[in-house]
Design a protein around this ligand. Structure first.
Ligand code: AAL
Length: 435
């Protein structure tokens, strides 16, 4: 290559292109390299002191293992007791609700959020009162339920103190056939929007269990939490198209107000029984009766069963309960969409409906939660299958500091462990494998 050739305009242009290409490659490589595998600082030299005895409150300026980097980068504080999104959960039996001696003919489950109105607390829930406990889909008919939430209605109760509840009766009845929910209305949650009340719920048009647990979401509205409730009689959040993750079921609709809009989180099921994997999606609307637009990134939470979320600081926090890789975690998303694990805990309330004073205020600084109502399904035996409501307490609040709730060394009595014993089949497998 002589000077003449090198200085030709074409080659000069190629050389400039080459430099640009190198520059872009470096930028892309840097941008694509996600979380460092360990903090990119030189490993401590032989003479350097070990990690300090008093756990530093701020991330120390030294090389860190991946675990220690995560402890500072991913959590609100390096110690659980200072992490506002870490808590234990304590449970209390509710007073005032009768279950026919637990014979399976009365069930209460899937409570809504708790709201405070007219100087008292309100909660809505699935209420089943049938001549027999659920008998499975093959035995079910117009009066015999297939599942615990089949042939159900939405009832409500009020309370002065959150511990003793007075059942007030039905809020949403099953509408006549063929309206959405004619077979069963269940698993409700409440929205308060521009002075009106909206109950979203699962509207079944066949006995649950016929194919799976198929249903879309319906809604009823009222001027007062005591009703009367007017059914909208239309599907408000439809199932996904054929082949989509939520093609059959939209469960546990859970409205909040965020960024001036109605955010309804919901659960759906992948794969179908018995390989069910449950995850959570989000549908957003400007109007409580829709149209709701499903978020293109759905599912937005990869685990959990019933939905439980609340405004926290400028984002949304979620209790992710009993299903999936990330069950028993509390998660947080600044944008209400991209959730990250904020703490790992245990005994998370199932189907929790918390008391959230700022659920509908469009807050930019959500205060968090300290109590609510959850449920326990199959409270006695399968023959008498029914669910009960109970109260949970926690400290996931910016305004409360309860060190007992922040303990992270769990202690359970032997009985609790033995209740989680091996099944007969496991016992046989172990005996058969014995060398
Ligand atoms: C629940 C919820 C929904 C399901 C069933 C009743 O706890 O996820 O409501 O359909 O189980």
């Amino acid at each position: 290559m002589n000077d003449q050739t090198f200085s030709s305009p074409t080659l000069q242009r190629h050389f400039t292109d080459y430099l640009l290409w190198c520059y872009l490659t470096v930028i892309i490589l840097v941008a694509c390299n996600p979380e460092p595998q360990s903090e990119q600082k030189a490993a401590p030299s032989d003479g350097e002191r070990g990690f300090p005895f008093n756990l530093p409150k701020e991330k120390p300026d030294r090389a860190l293992s991946v675990a220690m980097a995560r402890n500072y980068n991913n959590y609100l504080a390096p110690r659980p007791e200072h992490n506002e999104l870490y808590s234990q959960f304590k449970y209390t039996e509710l007073q005032g609700l009768d279950y026919n001696n637990g014979d399976g003919t009365i069930s209460r489950r899937d409570p809504s959020k708790v709201i405070f109105a007219n100087e008292k607390y309100y909660v809505w829930y699935t209420h089943r009162e049938t001549p027999s406990p659920p008998q499975g889909v093959d035995q079910s008919n117009d009066t015999v339920p297939s599942t615990d939430w089949d042939l159900a209605e939405i009832w409500y109760a009020t309370s002065e103190d959150g511990f003793t509840w007075e059942e007030q009766g039905v809020a949403v009845l099953r509408p006549p056939k063929p309206n959405v929910g004619w077979r069963s209305v269940s698993t409700t949650d409440i929205l308060v929007w521009e002075g009106k009340y909206y109950l979203y719920y699962q509207g079944f048009m066949e006995a649950s269990g016929k194919r799976g647990d198929d249903c879309p979401v319906a809604v009823s509205y009222a001027d007062s939490p005591d009703g009367p409730w007017t059914p909208h009689n239309e599907i408000v959040i439809p199932n996904g198209a054929e082949g989509e993750w939520d093609q059959y079921s939209i469960h546990d609709p859970y409205p909040l107000v965020h960024q001036g809009k109605i955010y309804v989180y919901y659960k759906s099921d992948f794969d179908g029984d018995p390989r069910l994997v449950r995850m959570q999606g989000l549908a957003i609307a400007d109007n409580p009766l829709g149209p709701f637009e499903k978020h293109p990134l759905n599912p937005v939470i990869n685990s959990g069963h019933e939905t439980t979320l609340f405004p926290f600081k400028s984002g949304i926090a979620a209790l992710v309960s009993r299903d999936g890789n990330e069950h028993f975690t509390v998660q947080y998303a600044e944008d209400g969409v991209n959730f990250e694990i904020a703490s790992i805990t245990s005994l998370i309330p199932i189907a929790a409906g918390p008391y959230i004073p700022d659920a509908f205020t469009n807050t930019q600084n959500g205060r968090g939660i300290t109590w609510g109502i959850s449920h326990i399904t199959n409270a006695t035996t399968w023959e008498q299958s029914h669910s009960i409501l109970l109260r949970f307490d926690c400290d996931l609040s910016q305004d409360v500091d309860d060190p007992e709730m922040k303990r992270h060394s769990q202690y359970y009595k032997p009985d609790f462990y033995y209740q989680h014993g091996l099944t007969q089949r496991q016992r046989e497998r172990i005996m058969a494998d014995k060398k």
